[in-house]
Design a protein around this ligand. Structure first.
Ligand SMILES: [Zn+2]
Length: 134
């Protein structure tokens, strides 16, 4: 029981969306970077972890019909470029919605979902996806 709850806490920690903020210019990066591409050496030792809100807006999107085998159960799917309120822009899959509900400017928020499962080892991989913000 103690072992289980400890694992859950570690998992829970991993499931937060954490980026990096440059202490020199204030720009936020996701995924995290060790060095700010704008400030270069001035940012060394000044990059700080910052938790993303995970909220953002759809900048552009595409409907992917030709999915690789690992995604075959969920095709077609929506792949969008999302500008986070936190600053960074990233590419992510939008789930739990139909393409007709998504448009440029649609607000979304991040969720953590199972991405793939390794049948041999039983390892399940999780990652962030986005859902429409109601
Ligand atoms: Zn910087």
């Amino acid at each position: 029981m103690g072992e289980l709850s400890r694992m859950w806490r570690e998992t829970d920690h991993r499931y937060r969306m954490v980026g990096e903020k440059c202490g020199n210019c204030g720009k936020v990066y996701f995924p995290p970077r060790d060095i700010c591409p704008t400030c270069h050496r001035d940012s060394i030792g000044k990059m700080n972890n910052v938790e993303m809100s995970g909220n953002g807006v759809v900048v552009s999107f595409t409907i992917v019909h030709d999915a690789p085998p690992a995604f075959s159960r969920q095709r077609p799917y929506i792949l969008a470029i999302i500008k986070l309120d936190d600053g960074p822009t990233l590419t992510g899959q939008i789930v739990d919605t139909t393409p007709s509900e998504i448009d440029i400017g649609t607000r979304v928020r991040s969720v953590f979902r199972k991405i793939s499962e390794d049948g041999h080892s039983g390892v399940i991989h999780y990652g962030y996806k986005f859902v429409k913000d109601q």
